[in-house]
Design a protein around this ligand. Structure first.
Ligand code: GLP
Length: 253
């Protein structure tokens, strides 16, 4: 695991944009796993800038998003599909037919999960998976549980997640109770993983992900078993990590 310590949100986003741009430069037909939430917005903004200024090319890129709320159509402004259109898809030269988000409107969510897994497989698997982290250490919508859920599946959201995500909705009651999410095995199968975290609210989750025991009660902790993970944190999110690690801008272990 490699941890990049940055000062603030902007620096975190910049470091992440370098890694994603480097990936696309080296492999123009990359398959990217993408995340929603407030964390990757700065990364997406910077990728748009790199696209506009030096022509970072997305024309052969395929993307798979981590998750979607159940019952939300892509036209719903609260949907993750809509979020991605707004923050990335419509602003770079990604081909619409190469951008995938799980279908939260599918009648049979188990079948939709299998279809999504198969699509990822047919695309050759995920080269680089971008992740945020929930305050309860969830990744995608893999909530703390007694076991790791393997592949794309329906999830009942935790009360804590519903509370945290209610900031994007008019009322907490409006936050959907269910989502469809890539599973832990899908994430672990990605060749490279990039986890971003900023702000004091994420400090505990980052500590559990990086220093805690590997347990489904802190889903992000599984990343300790992945062979190519880069975690980029700002100063606040790194608050609980050992001080001696922070003496170096990049700590590898
Ligand atoms: C949601 C998403 C996650 C995301 C998390 C953190 O629950 N399903 O993929 O990492 O929120 O969100 P934020 O980045 O807004 O803190």
């Amino acid at each position: 695991m490699r941890i990049i310590f940055t000062e603030d949100y902007e620096a975190m986003s910049r470091e992440a944009a370098k890694i994603v741009s480097g990936q696309l430069y080296l492999k123009p037909a990359s398959v990217l796993g993408l995340a929603t939430g407030s964390t990757p917005v700065g990364l997406y903004e910077m990728l748009i800038q790199v696209h506009e200024t030096i022509g970072l090319d997305f024309s052969s890129v395929t993307t798979f998003n981590l998750d979607e709320y159940v019952g939300m159509s892509p036209e719903n402004p609260q949907s993750y599909h809509y979020f991605m259109q707004e923050h990335l898809f419509s602003r770079v030269n990604l081909k619409p037919e190469n951008c995938f988000v799980p279908d939260g409107m599918a009648e049979d969510l188990a079948a939709e999960g299998r279809r999504y897994d198969e699509r990822i497989r047919q695309a050759g698997g995920i080269d680089l998976q971008v992740l945020g982290i929930g305050q309860n250490a969830h990744i995608g919508f893999n909530e703390p549980d007694i076991k790791f859920e393997a592949m794309t599946h329906k999830v009942r959201l935790d009360d804590e997640t519903i509370r945290a995500n209610s900031r994007f909705f008019a009322r907490a009651e409006d936050v959907p109770r269910y989502a469809i999410s890539l599973g832990i095995r899908n994430i672990m199968l990605a060749l490279r993983v990039l986890l971003l975290a900023n702000g004091a609210k994420k400090a505990e989750a980052v500590y559990k992900a990086v220093c805690g025991s590997v347990t489904p009660e802190a889903p992000a902790s599984i990343l300790q078993l992945h062979r190519d993970v880069t975690v980029i944190v700002d100063r606040e999110a790194a608050a609980h990590l050992p001080a001696e690690w922070k003496r170096e801008a990049v700590y590898t272990f």
